[in-house]
Design a protein. Structure first.
Length: 313
């Protein structure tokens, strides 16, 4: 598959981003059936055997014999020497998802194996240096984590980051960071990106595996309620203050980090499970629609933004 072929398969240039503990087969299938690119982290399946079950289920649902709807699986490359990673990658080669999203590490080996079956590899980057390394690894797309992204985040302004990447790269660009409506999707294209990479808005959908209290916080919390810190997951990430307080922690006095990937949290508190993330777009979330309803809304907003005359006279 090429980038052009992928875009031609989609109703909107949107990726429903993979979210740890939040994205399951239900959300992936709903997103892909609605016309955007659904995805999930392989690690959301508790075992490689469960991932196989998910892949069988998703493949059957997204291929009706006439239309094959694309989807993506996310692999964390940092654990490439683990038996679980090896087993998950073997499954990916077997089921051949059109897109593989790689994170936290060098994706070179994954790129070679996914390219062998004709798939695309998109890699998370937060800096120009990370982007250059990923480009040298042969990836097909760069996911630019910019200021305002939920989960593990970046600090670069998208208005500066996208055009500077375009100077060195003519491949795919996926822009992540605070996008919650169709106008934002259109703006990513105006900047020079190919896809909007949206997580937080899809976390607040009926098919999301986020707890009900998590979804209600996504409605009630705003941009001012977010905290970017490396003291919860061990890497810089964006979390909602309301969830930090709910977990029994003080957002303004978090335990110091012990080292890379080593937050000093009480054993009873787990990042992502007990402390919940959101991006800057959280302030635009007012409801928990079905994924199909959300994509319909995004398309209306996107079409309106495309037809709007944005010029001075």
């Amino acid at each position: 598959m090429t980038l052009a072929e992928l875009k031609a398969c989609l109703r909107l240039p949107v990726v429903c981003a993979p979210m740890f503990l939040v994205s399951g087969p239900e959300l992936l299938m709903a997103a892909s059936l609605a016309g955007v690119l659904g995805s999930l982290p392989a690690s959301n399946a508790r075992t490689t055997e469960e991932l196989r079950d998910w892949l069988e289920r998703m493949t059957a649902a997204l291929d009706d014999g006439r239309t094959v709807r694309p989807y993506a699986i996310n692999l964390i490359v940092r654990g490439a020497d683990s038996p679980r990673f090896a087993g998950d990658l073997d499954l990916i080669e077997q089921f051949r998802p059109p897109v593989v999203i790689t994170s936290v590490g060098r994706p070179g080996d994954v790129v070679a194996r996914v390219h062998d079956y004709g798939g695309l590899v998109f890699h998370d980057v937060a800096t120009l240096r990370h982007a250059q390394t990923a480009i040298e690894s042969g990836v097909d797309g760069l996911i630019l984590l910019t200021a305002g992204a939920g989960g593990h985040t970046g600090t670069a302004n998208p208005f500066a980051f996208v055009p500077q990447i375009r100077r060195i790269w003519d491949g795919g660009i996926l822009l992540a960071g605070g996008i919650s409506d169709g106008a934002g999707v259109r703006a990513t294209e105006t900047l020079g990106a190919d896809f909007a990479y949206m997580g937080t808005r899809f976390a607040a959908t009926q098919e999301s595996r986020a707890a009900e209290e998590y979804k209600q916080l996504l409605i009630s919390q705003g941009m001012a309620d977010l905290l970017v810190t490396d003291r919860i997951s061990g890497l810089m990430a964006t979390f909602m203050r309301g969830s930090i307080v709910k977990a029994g922690l003080d957002p303004d006095d978090l335990p110091p980090r012990l080292g890379l990937f080593k937050p000093d949290l009480p054993e009873s508190i787990k990042p992502w499970r007990d402390v919940w993330s959101a991006g800057h777009g959280v302030g635009l979330i007012d409801d928990v629609p079905s994924t199909a309803e959300l994509v319909d809304r995004l398309e209306r907003e996107y079409r309106a933004a495309c037809s709007r005359r944005n010029c001075y006279h």
